[in-house]
Ligand binder design. Structure first.
Ligand code: SPV
Ligand code: MN
Length: 626
């Protein structure tokens, strides 16, 4: 028995912890209670009363502000803590381990001693919350038990909305099992209860100890351990065990006769992942993180979450009616970095409501025209402002969210912010072609989801680059291998919601994506034809015309089809050149097949260029049936 821990917890909390018999759990908690030195420790047992205690604490200590609508609260992160901090997020590595130039690393010993110093006494006078949670559905081959330690009731509150409870699971698993560990401390707070010591913000990922440390930050992507921090640990574990952790939505798409076909989709942050998962008429399993496993030869996916930490900018009653309703009716919602209006309501950019004259936002008191230190106008809500809700609040929730075996994945979709290269939808020739030319070659323009410049085109393999904890080449190889072992291989597609014409106008409406998914669903079942281009298989005009009418009652004109699906040869060649160069020069362990597949594609493009010139009308391409 750990006498010190027992004394620090007091009898009530000790009784709670004692029911978990795994000595590693006790050891872990003991170590960080001693190091962080909180005044009190709250061991949560997932009961309604415990969760209510956390909700109330968040309001009592000022991390969340109650709003007029019952169940709604708002939280602010520091003005300089509004996105994921890529620079200060480091994977701790032992001497000699090299993860390549795209993954920020730090010597493990050095990182640990730095973070322990930062954590020393950091919770003095505060309460430490200890939460037991699960990634993935309970009692499933996918389940990973986790412990979150935090001194932020806002973080704890989010975790309960976003993840499944795990206290009973920790008891059930007995004396010996592994678990992911997250230690978060917000550090000193200012009078607005936002982090003061942003320059000492650190997010250190210790793969060896399966532990992530997050200090002097509150922004969810930096602080909510189970979200993006756990992805690094899971990618590593999956690498050892032969499964995948992906930055992917999961959704059920309806086909003829009520058939439901499941898709996963990888999109970089702020590129339409949530709005895709929420497509009208379809059902959502998840909008951010999926684990994929080969179970009896089938690709099966689960959502490791059960809630949504979604981007609020642009959410409105017309484009996002279901989310909008959840955000505007009583029920549990945590808003972050929106504008709180004087009557206790909230406003965000793109909400279909008049712009308030005053309010409070991430910059303090706000009024239209307010400028920051550099003279830049401060918007009412930050572009990365978010809302947290339970998926249970959504009318379009798929019935398989908690299925222990997940759903069978029939299609995988990759999409980025691409104004000039990819067509709106395209199928890969096969698994390898898809993983390489669509997944590994995914590029996107940077967005406000991370700190730093926006609008810069960057390579973002599988939209997972920010979360990788193994070398990129190895990660791509794992994806290639995953398909090889399946009896039923999912089809791979790309989509592009951001394609523009020469004058910079978007070529599609937002709602058109509903049609792309219906077409992909038909392709999975061999019920739609396609035209074979050098880069993949595109829809035929008559099929799309019919689908546009069926799905959207929209007249789809031939000239629109031609504009949208014109093969942009130079742009595609340039893309191959950019992508190849990065893999050749910067990624030491690129699988050789990547260069071969891109080179074959380059040759096909050159042949077409010779015959038809740089912009090729889609009608010239040969039709194939499967
Ligand atoms: C993303 O940025 O991809 C998100 C939000 O889903 S965060 O928690 O910041 O990662
Ligand atoms: Mn994400």
């Amino acid at each position: 028995m750990r006498e010190n821990l027992r004394a620090r917890l007091g009898p009530e909390m000790w009784e709670r912890l004692k029911r978990i018999t795994n000595p590693q759990v006790h050891e872990f908690i003991d170590f960080f209670v001693s190091l962080c030195n909180p005044e009190r420790v709250f061991i949560s047992t997932d009961t309604d009363a415990d969760i209510q205690y956390i909700r109330e604490s968040a309001v009592k200590n000022g991390e969340e502000i109650p709003l007029a609508t019952p169940g709604h609260t708002a939280h602010f992160d520091s003005y300089f803590d509004q996105g994921r901090d890529k620079k200060n997020t480091r994977i701790l590595v032992p001497p000699g381990e090299n993860l390549g130039p795209f993954i920020e690393t730090l010597d493990r010993e050095r990182g640990l001693s730095e973070i322990y110093e930062l954590l020393r006494d950091i919770m003095k006078g505060r309460e430490m919350y200890v939460l037991f949670l699960c990634l993935g559905p309970a009692r499933s081959p996918f389940t990973i038990p986790c412990i979150q330690i935090t001194d932020s009731s806002y973080v704890a509150h989010n975790e309960y909305l976003l993840y499944r409870p795990g206290y009973e699971e920790f008891i059930r698993r007995g004396d010996s099992f592994t678990f992911f560990r997250f230690v978060h401390a917000q550090g000193e707070l200012d009078e607005r209860k936002t982090c003061k010591n942003i320059e000492k913000r650190r997010i250190y990922i210790d793969l060896e100890g399966e532990t992530v440390y997050s200090v002097n930050t509150q922004y969810g992507g930096n602080s909510i351990g189970m979200k993006k921090l756990a992805m690094r640990l899971a990618i590593r574990r999956g690498d050892r065990e032969g499964w995948l952790t992906e930055h992917m939505l999961i959704m059920g798409v309806r086909g003829p006769g009520g058939r439901v076909t499941y898709f996963t989709g990888a999109f970089p942050s702020l590129c339409g992942k949530t709005s895709t998962a929420m497509l009208e008429g379809e059902t959502i399993v998840g909008d951010d993180i999926a684990y994929l496993r080969n179970i009896d030869g089938e690709a099966r996916a689960v959502n490791v979450e059960r809630g949504m930490f979604g981007i609020i900018q642009g959410v409105n009653s017309v484009d996002d009616p279901i989310i909008y309703k959840a955000l505007c009716t009583p029920g549990e919602v945590i808003f972050s970095n929106v504008l709180i209006t004087e009557d206790g309501g909230v406003f965000w950019e793109g909400k279909d409501a008049p712009m308030p004259e005053r309010g409070m936002n991430h910059s303090g008191t706000w009024f239209p025209g307010k400028k920051d230190e550099k003279g830049k106008e401060i918007p009412p809500s930050h572009p990365n402002a978010r809302f947290t809700i339970s998926l249970e609040r959504l009318e379009n929730l798929d019935p398989h969210l908690n299925d222990p075996l997940g759903v069978v994945v029939s299609g995988i979709v990759y999409g980025g912010r691409d104004s000039d290269t990819w067509p709106p939808v395209e199928e890969a020739f096969d698994w390898v072609h898809g993983i390489i030319t669509k997944g590994a070659a995914l590029e996107s323009e940077t967005t406000a989801a991370t700190l730093g410049e926006v609008g810069v085109r960057e390579l973002n393999p599988m939209s997972n680059l920010d979360f990788l904890s193994i070398p990129i080449g190895r990660y791509i190889q794992n994806n290639l291998d995953f398909g090889r072992t399946l009896k039923k291989v999912p089809k791979i597609f790309s989509v592009n919601y951001f394609l523009k014409d020469a004058s910079g106008r978007y070529l599609n409406e937002k709602r058109d994506k509903r049609v792309w998914f219906k077409w992909m669903e038909r392709r999975v079942h061999g019920e739609a034809r396609a035209a074979r281009t050098p880069t993949g298989l595109i829809p035929l005009y008559p099929d799309l015309k019919r689908l546009f009418w069926e799905v959207l009652q929209k007249e789809y004109r031939e000239e629109d089809y031609v504009k949208q699906f014109t093969l942009r040869v130079h742009e595609n060649l340039q893309k191959i050149e950019r992508v190849t160069k990065i893999y050749r020069e910067k990624v030491e362990d690129t699988p050789a097949v990547l260069f071969e597949v891109l080179e074959e594609q380059r040759k096909r493009l050159l042949a077409v260029l010779e015959q038809y010139g740089p912009y090729v009308n889609p009608f010239v391409f040969e039709t194939v049936s499967t």
